[in-house]
Design a protein around this ligand. Structure first.
Ligand SMILES: [Zn+2]
Length: 156
């Protein structure tokens, strides 16, 4: 499946977390496309032209599938230099939250179920910092039609 042009990326809408069949379909589609870009750290369904809040992020070597995810920044900001599959060969310096509180759901293909991020990570609150926090912010931004070129400074 081809990535849509950056200007054609749709707004991501919440998906029905009870519709396992549709979520499995979107997961499989995202993962198979994600594998085509071995250096990529994340891919959002909206980049494939699908208006759904589903994305995958690489976490500890695995593609973790986030559903209806959103975050709250809970720290100071830092700067991160990022590329994007939708903006080939460009690098942008983007202001990111150093630490985020992630909310939403995760699809677990091994057991074919959807669970809250709190249940998946077995924590009351799920915080991320470092590189994975930047990737999560980048992918969730995609779902809101925000590109690194909208919020960053171009380096390349
Ligand atoms: Zn991107």
């Amino acid at each position: 499946m081809k990535l849509v042009e950056a200007k054609d990326i749709p707004l991501g809408k919440d998906v029905n977390t009870n519709d396992l069949e549709e979520i499995k379909r979107l997961h499989d589609l995202l993962v198979s496309n994600f594998k085509r870009f071995p250096t990529a750290l994340g891919l959002a369904a909206v980049q494939l032209g699908i208006p759904a809040k589903v994305c995958v992020v690489k976490h500890q070597g695995a593609a973790v599938c986030l559903i209806n995810a959103f975050y709250q920044g809970i720290s100071t900001f830092g700067y991160n230099d990022e590329g994007c599959l939708s903006l080939p060969d460009e690098i942008w310096r983007v202001k990111r939250q150093d630490k985020i509180w992630l909310k939403g759901y995760i699809y677990v293909p091994q057991s074919n179920q959807v669970m809250s991020v709190e249940k998946y990570f077995d924590k009351d609150t799920v915080h991320f910092n470092g590189a994975i926090a930047d990737v999560i912010q980048h992918e969730i931004d995609h779902q809101d039609q925000v590109l690194i070129s909208d919020i960053g400074e171009r380096l390349k």
